[in-house]
Design a protein around this ligand. Sequence first.
Ligand code: ADP
Ligand code: MG
Length: 735
Amino acid sequence: MSDAPARRLRQLGDVSVAQLRNIGEKRTAALASLGIDNVFDLLTVYPRRYLDRTKRVDLSDLNVGDEAAVYGEVVKANSRRTRQGRVMVEVTVSDDGDSLKVVFFNQAWRDRQLTPGVQALFFGKVSEYKGQRQMTNPVVDVVVGASGEERDPSKVGRVVAIYPASGKAGLTSWEMGGFIEESLRRAGPFFDPLSDSEREELDLVDRTQAYWGIHLPEEESEKFPARRRLAFDEFLRLQLLLALRRQRVEASSAGIQHHFDVADLDVSVGELVAPSASLVRRFLAGHRYTLTTAQHRVLEEIARDMSSSLPMHRLLQGDVGSGKTVVALAAMLASLDGGRQGVLMAPTEVLAEQHVASLRRDLEGLSVLDETVLGGERPLSVQLLTGRVRTKERQFVLEGLINGSVDVVVGTHALLSEDVRFRSLGVIVIDEQHRFGVEQRAALRDQGRVRSNEGADPDVLVMTATPIPRTAAMVLFGDLNFSVLDELPQGRRPIETTWAKDDDEVDECWQRVRREAAAGRRAYVICPLVEDSEKIEATSAVEERTRLALNELRGLAVGLLHGQMKSSEKEEVMRQFRSGELDVLVATVVIEVGVDVPEASVIVIEDAWRFGLAQLHQLRGRVGRSDQQSYCFLLGTPPTPEGEERLNALVGSNDGFELAEIDLAMRGEGTLLGSRQQGRSDLKLAKLKDDEDLLFSAQRLAASMVERHDDALVEMMDELRLFVDDEEATYLFKS
Ligand code: ADP
Ligand code: MG
């Protein structure tokens, strides 16, 4: 290594691209339009592929359609304007045996570069024009100049990186490559935050090797170790951010030590328990069913968190129908046992109302201590707070939360309102987390502390029925602990899923609906998704309901549910469907999450290909919620192979976790991670699927770096400033 001070990535982040040679205002602007402002940005524009110049082909062996490198001497060159006014430079190249026409558009300077006598390498694709082989806009590498001088052979690398060219910004791959090469040469050797022994243990090359190897490899094979190192760095930065965030939260917050005794989970239904036993114990003993093994295990994890003095921050993933609600309920009861309150937040009014109803039913007969009333006990109070709860009722709930007479409040975003305050908030449960942003989660927790006399951070449990692969979860929710409900309650039968393609099959689908209705069960019919227009969607649902009621489902009681209906109407329709007054519910995706009507045994999804895989699985999860055999019918003809793939995947699997993996593979991780990553995304090379081992080792190293808190961490924190804004940096890095 030379004596030059090793280069930090953040220093490169401070160097504007305008400081490079050949970059004027126009190119600076063009690069900026691609999100490339500084030299670090440039170095993270990675090649799309490589051309191996050593794979040279004789001109006589060159075929139309080949992508090849040829070497030859310019024998003729001329320049003219096409009818569209573009400059066209036409060059004839020949080697010992044959010749080839090479054409450049809008590169007027080529006729000065490629004068007769010049020898050069041309890389490109061979096309056919007027019966002749031709290369259009190839990459050119001049080897011998017009006056016979040889170019610096070191500049004629064996392998050329091809960068994503941007027509819109008017930048070619070669210009990009040129900027990057200059950046690398000027940067000199890179500082490496990893020690030699760490690199050796992880089988990683050093950073200098990595950046040169990816951009200017001598041999194409160098790109593999280079990519591996750079991908590792991406994961390491991400995991460090998460670890630092977690540490911050832990250092800056005091939690509540609930009394949640794991032994109280070991009680069987019907067992006699003392009136003085904990609420959890009394509840479980009197409940309709025994916990599944998975529910028991997850509650143990929660009990441990809740008993600790650190605030709980846990993500519960459980496939649709795995029974998350009862887990949430038990967690809230543990909080109530200490005289504290619980919040359950749901993404929709329909779901919030359903939760209130089922909680009230499940908690019937349970009481809590209350010295202010006769006998010192009163029934548990579960209340609803949504946007449509009327003033008087709302006032009642708000007062109850302040004076402690309301134990559990269930609601929607309305819970976030400033005037919602608590006497003593113990636990917050967020159902169907994927509908809420990270910010809302944080807001709720902070407000929980501020707005409660408790003065400490309430425990937070977020639940989601949209499983994401473990690797993705590590990246997205790395600041949370995970629990998984990987088991369905006993007696559940897999839902039979059919993709009804022809008329007979569609006919059979409606017959199935009629048969199930005749047997006292219920059916959902989901109307096509209309992107961006709830109104059109609602109209089509209205029409579809009428059509079905007059035709296929004539004689059945068919109801309607869509997003444009008033809340009171929605509530009434749901009540009728639950009670069986309605046999069929024609609905839009408003029923997607959480809706629990165990008697529903068929779901028909129209134009099913319009929905995403996770959404389809969620919709299907509306049935199969009892020991009845349930059915799912997918209708419609997908216009794309991807649509077909989704439907086939759904027919092929009932397992949300498996489908999540398939979804990830099909859509690529960009969509999944994109929603979370604001600003600059750092995962450019790393791939969750292929680089699992790197992710796990990055996580381990991040944890130990944060623990050791040595110079390497300080270096990395400096580097992380490239990826977080000032406010977050101040929060995370203050000592
Ligand atoms: P999800 O995880 O989709 O929110 P729910 O909590 O709504 O699932 O539970 C789905 C259905 O399974 C509900 O009707 C619930 O009463 C029932 N259930 C939950 N746990 C059990 C269990 N251990 N045994 C039997 N039924 C259960
Ligand atoms: Mg649920």
